[in-house]
Write a protein that binds this ligand. Structure first.
Ligand code: ADP
Length: 160
């Protein structure tokens, strides 16, 4: 099977991300889930925290490895000989940005293909941003993220 990378902020990961990871891991091996070190997005969780949460969530999924990257994704792909980038597509709102990114990446590095996967409709409305907002206001997020992520979010907002 071919090697692929699923990059993202994962701040924090949700059941939507996990659904994409499970689907992609059936087609690609190894599947690198790579956390982007994007400080300009002011993530709630540090790079290490985001990686730790992912590692715990994917420990039962075969062929999945968690890593991180800085700088241009296509450069990371070239250096590590990765030919496939997986991205998740939710509603139409994701399309324009993802379309732009995929075509730009293709222009910069012709050997990298972007493949889009749609999550199960149950998760198609989920976003890390919404989860953080609900959690911050004390809402119940247990059906949107794994238990260990719920705990981390509670901890984070309690300490603020
Ligand atoms: P980024 O900052 O790179 O968009 P995210 O962590 O928000 O990072 O998302 C990473 C990838 O996962 C993106 O392709 C995004 O569209 C996708 N994604 C996010 N949430 C979901 C979801 N609920 N279902 C499917 N794909 C998702």
């Amino acid at each position: 099977m071919k090697k692929a990378i699923y990059p993202g902020s994962f701040d924090p990961l949700t059941f939507g991300h996990l659904d994409v990871i499970r689907r992609a891991s059936k087609i690609f091996n190894p599947l690198l889930v790579a956390v982007a070190q994007n400080e300009e997005k002011h993530p709630l969780f540090s790079l290490e925290e985001r990686q730790e949460m992912l590692k715990e969530a994917v420990q039962d999924i075969q062929g999945v490895e968690v890593s991180s990257f800085t700088g241009l994704l296509v450069e990371y792909c070239s250096t590590n000989k990765i030919g496939v980038v997986i991205r998740g597509l939710r509603a139409i709102s994701d399309f324009e940005f993802e379309f732009q990114m995929a075509l730009t990446n293709k222009k910069i590095c012709d050997s990298v293909e972007t493949i889009f996967m749609m999550p199960n409709e149950t998760y198609s409305y989920l976003s890390s941003r919404i989860i953080k907002e609900i959690s911050k206001m004390g809402g119940d997020i247990s059906s949107f993220v794994p238990t260990h992520v719920t705990k981390r979010l509670h901890q984070k907002f309690k300490n603020r």
